[in-house]
Design a protein around this ligand. Sequence first.
Ligand SMILES: [Zn+2]
Length: 212
Amino acid sequence: MTTHNVTLVTMTCQVNLLVTEARICSVSELPPWYPGSETKPAPMPLLRVQGFINTRDVDDGSDLLEDPVTARRWLTEAELLNDTAELTDAQAQLARDVREAIRSLIEDDPDSRVGALRDLATAHRARLCVADDGTIGLENARHDGLGDGLFELLLIIYRAQQDGSWSRLKVCGNPDCRWAFFDRSRNQQGSWCNMAVCGNRLKNRELRARRR
Ligand SMILES: [Zn+2]
């Protein structure tokens, strides 16, 4: 536990809640840090996890976390890193490892890469906070280094797993794409980031393979 008193913790929580509400209202417009365009955005704050996964565009090979300079720019813009913090090669690698571990979670293939998330969870702490209406929540105890920002993403995933929205965040079924999208369909059977692009492309490919 930290040494913060209850008033301070409550105030921190209020600020967080206000920020969250403001962001929910503006979901129709993608925030500037979101990589590229998006036809299937998750609601905030899960959009932050979706955007983080999509910093790597598997299809065109680009990566917004590929080196410390590029990664620092994106991470600070996405408020996952303090704008005064520096970023080393090892930290940029950590960010990429965490990103691919999160992608593997929603690809129904949580493999050994989950270790990166476990390490993150072990090294950081969340604390309880109490909102004005008595709702008790979990919040990040620190907001300094890269690890704190990445831990913030874990907290978002934790809350999404609790409220059920996590199962709607998926990876496109096209293996050449693997873009993360939010499936808003009623039966949650969506498979493609974009039916016109990936769905048809893959269906045509399967059709061609069958004709051979
Ligand atoms: Zn796709």
